[in-house]
Ligand binder design. Structure first.
Ligand SMILES: [Zn+2]
Ligand SMILES: [Zn+2]
Length: 74
């Protein structure tokens, strides 16, 4: 298959939201964020109610420290 055609069959979608690890972000309803299936990175977030945090700490604890109210039913 000529290279141009090959490109057409596998277009490079520049709108794709890709994590720095190379995985494509998947929107998580529970987090309300685009989450990387590989490394758990949350696109545009520093911490999350699910417990993830950029710092490697507990995201929920960090949110509480920041004064966020966390729904106890969650
Ligand atoms: Zn999350
Ligand atoms: Zn990742």
């Amino acid at each position: 298959m000529p290279e141009e055609l090959h490109e057409a069959y596998h277009p490079t979608n520049r709108e794709e939201k890709r994590c720095e690890c190379g995985e494509i972000f998947v929107f998580s309803r529970s987090c309300g964020a685009d989450v990387c299936p590989s490394c758990d990175n949350h696109r545009g977030f520093a911490r999350c109610f699910c417990g993830w945090s950029l710092s490697g700490r507990d995201g929920r604890v960090e949110l509480e420290e920041m004064g966020e109210t966390i729904d106890p039913d969650d």
